[in-house]
Ligand binder design. Structure first.
Ligand SMILES: C[S@@+](CC[C@H](N)C(=O)[O-])C[C@H]1O[C@@H](n2cnc3c(N)ncnc32)[C@H](O)[C@@H]1O
Length: 273
């Protein structure tokens, strides 16, 4: 028996991982803690996040691009899970950047198409995926090609195969401090335009049973209030319904540009009044 003392109420991921909590076949790990109401909680740990593997899949990749901003592998994994993929499915990331979604798909046996406006990003995603195949011995199908998400035409085979769209769309420029109202208005308008055009373009091309899990930008001001993309209130007119109707925001406390996660299904396009 061993005791892992912890000063804070929550056990950090690093402490759990480094102490191999829940990862030993011959032992069980019991957590005893008190919650904020004073109740004593006794629980058994069943596993921990492998932070070393996440770090390798993030910072260990040959190609990174801080300006484009890269999706944390953990969030890519969450989004793939929310889209409901099963092994052997085909997903599509139409804003694939350096290929984090393609990577996390390959690691769970899901095939992936990636496209991006930038040729440079396609070469980065291709190099990163070759590294994934070598490093983790994955053998799923993947393909990355240059295309504008607002006008791309899927091939007949892609239309038949793709059952999930998982992507982090264009997020606008990065900000280290909240922008002026004029600048914010400009960036929100620009992102809203690109993402609406993208959703409209793919609506008639994707299968009716497709699930979309997309990360779009939301901007935090000094008071911690968020400006959301106007299209979120207009999804019906674009031909989509939200299947998880919750405000799923992923951000650090002080981060200006947060990622808002939308889980959607295609629906009939609502007539404008
Ligand atoms: C926030 S980044 C995505 C980063 C990616 N998730 C990764 O892990 O590297 C957004 C990407 O959208 C691409 N992009 C911007 N406008 C686009 C468009 N109209 N069609 C397709 N891709 C576009 C950019 O080149 C950029 O790579």
């Amino acid at each position: 028996m061993r005791l892992i003392p912890n000063k804070t109420a929550a056990l950090s991921t690093a402490t759990s991982h480094n102490n191999k909590l829940g990862r030993s076949e011959a032992k069980i790990e019991i957590i005893i803690t008190r919650n904020i109401y004073g109740d004593l909680i006794i629980a058994e740990s069943h596993g921990t996040q492998n932070i070393n593997s996440y770090a390798q899949r993030d910072r260990g990749r040959p190609k990174r691009d801080a300006f484009v901003g890269m999706l944390p592998p953990k969030l890519a994994q969450i989004m793939i899970n929310l889209s409901g993929t099963k092994p052997d499915d085909y997903l599509w990331d139409p804003f694939c950047g350096t290929g984090t979604v393609l990577q996390e798909a390959a690691l769970i046996g899901v095939n992936a198409y990636g496209s991006d406006l930038s040729d440079k990003m396609i070469s980065y995603a291709t190099e990163n995926m070759s590294w994934v195949e070598k490093t983790f011995s994955t053998n799923t199908f993947w393909q990355a090609h240059q295309a504008d998400a607002t006008s791309v035409k899927l091939t007949g085979e892609q239309k038949k195969r793709i059952s999930q769209v998982v992507c982090e769309t264009y997020l606008g420029q990065p900000f280290s401090a909240p922008p002026s109202p004029e600048k914010l208005h400009e960036v929100v308008g620009n992102c809203n335009h690109i993402i609406s055009d993208f959703l409209q373009n793919i609506h008639s091309q994707i299968r009716p049973d497709t699930t979309l899990c997309i990360a779009v930008p939301a901007w935090q001001n000094h008071e911690g209030k968020f400006t959301h993309l106007p299209l979120i209130k207009n999804l019906k007119k674009l031909g989509y319904q939200q299947i998880i109707d919750k405000n799923l925001l992923y951000h650090r406390e002080d981060q200006v540009v947060a990622r808002e996660i939308l889980v959607l299904k295609p629906a009939d396009i609502a007539k404008t009044a």
